[in-house]
Design a protein around this ligand. Structure first.
Ligand code: PLP
Length: 374
């Protein structure tokens, strides 16, 4: 039977999300010595109190979780200065990015995203059978942002577009735009177009001109902000994300949310993590230090490193990027190939520990020397 033929048109043209390498097989092959710098996870671990919160939840694991996630929403409401009615929880923010397109996009309601934006936006549009338009990114020489061309995106919004996805700072480029640039973008946007700002990496930002789009909540009914506990909070394995928006918009999203989408351990862990702001401040500071160290090391080797406000850096390795990536992998270091994003000369390096980086740089020197000798 040709099942693809039976699928909706959007699904027929959709390529499933590529999670990178088979890490389970690689871990087994490298017997605990694998250095994993491919998935933008936190090497700095969970906040104090999180493990206790998880353990305290275990005796009740035979029960369904709180379908409303009331306690976590209350903690998020305090954190972001919004009402609980302005929050929806997701099984990771990936789920909410998909849900937003499912609810608001479709055959006559298109999606706009940036070239080199996070891969899930295109998936979300296609799964919703919505036309997808991608605005070319700024070339690296053109602007500080090196990523989203917000002016071109605003111009690209016509009557066919219902939903815009922005990512700030952006994965996979690490680049960001300022609060002023976003204000100008909103001023040029039609009244009935919704804009999703994916802030999965917000906690890592140190640039003073960056302003979270949550500042516009309550002032602009079109703005939706997504966040995650998978990155700075180091809870990727428990799958908890959230979106913030106007109460009416959240109520519409809630119609299509799966009833028990966030598990009980995730709810408890995320709530406990929000109660430890000093840990997140430490994560931000240590990440910024490692980001600078690795950037300096790579630039000293003549490589172009995109400026980053995240927990990873995008690096141009040139025409031999794939061979360099394979050479590192053979020596137990996992990076993320970028060919799938249309950036075949680049590799993305998630920030790890100081030891990980020292090993990476040493192995890279050996691999680059081998390349040079070819
Ligand atoms: C920009 C961005 N948004 C969203 C996500 C999804 O995160 P999660 O589903 O773990 O919350 C990721 C994951 O890497 C990401 O890079």
């Amino acid at each position: 039977m040709d099942y693809l033929c039976l699928a909706q048109p959007g699904i027929r043209s959709l390529c499933a999300y590529d999670p990178g390498h088979d890490l389970v097989a690689l871990r087994a092959a490298h017997a605990g010595k694998l250095i994993e710098l491919g998935s933008n996870e936190s090497p700095l671990g969970i906040a104090p109190g999180v493990l206790d919160a998880i353990t305290a939840t275990l005796p009740e694991i035979h029960r369904y979780p709180d379908p409303r996630g009331g306690a976590l929403k209350a903690a998020l409401a305090r954190e972001h200065g919004v009402a609980s009615e302005q929050i929806i929880l997701g099984n990771g923010s990936h789920e909410l990015l998909m849900l937003l397109a499912q609810v608001f996009a479709g055959r006559d309601a298109g999606v706009l995203a940036a070239q080199f934006g996070f891969a899930v936006y295109a998936l979300a549009a296609k799964a919703a059978n919505a036309p997808l338009r991608q605005t070319p990114a700024l070339l690296r020489e053109q602007a500080m942002a090196h990523g989203h061309d917000l002016q071109a995106m605003a111009t690209g919004v016509d009557a066919g577009i219902r939903l815009v996805y922005l990512c700030n700072p952006n994965n996979p480029t690490g680049t960001w735009y300022s609060g002023d640039a976003f204000a100008q973008f909103l001023a040029a946007l039609p009244a009935d177009v919704l804009v999703v700002v994916d802030e999965a990496y917000r906690e890592y930002v140190t640039a003073p001109e960056y302003v979270s789009a949550s500042t516009w909540l309550g002032r602009d009914p079109r703005v939706i902000v997504t966040g995650t506990f998978s990155k700075a909070h180091a809870l990727a394995g428990l799958r908890v994300g959230y979106a913030l928006a106007a109460p009416g918009l959240i109520a519409v999203l809630e119609r299509a949310r799966e009833s028990f989408n966030v598990n009980a351990l995730g709810l408890a862990a995320a709530e406990a993590s929000l109660a430890a702001p000093a840990h997140i401040a430490q994560v931000r500071a240590r990440n910024a230090g490692q980001r600078q160290w690795l950037t300096d090391q790579l630039r000293a080797r003549g490589l172009f490193v995109y400026p980053s406000q995240t927990n990873f850096v995008l690096v141009e390795f040139g025409p031999h990027a794939a061979q360099i990536e394979a050479g590192l992998l053979a020596r137990g270091i996992v990076l993320r190939p970028m060919a799938g994003y249309g950036l075949p000369r680049c590799l993305r390096i998630s920030l790890g520990s100081a030891d990980d980086h020292a090993r990476l740089v040493a192995v890279l020197d050996a691999v680059l020397a081998q390349q040079g000798g070819r």
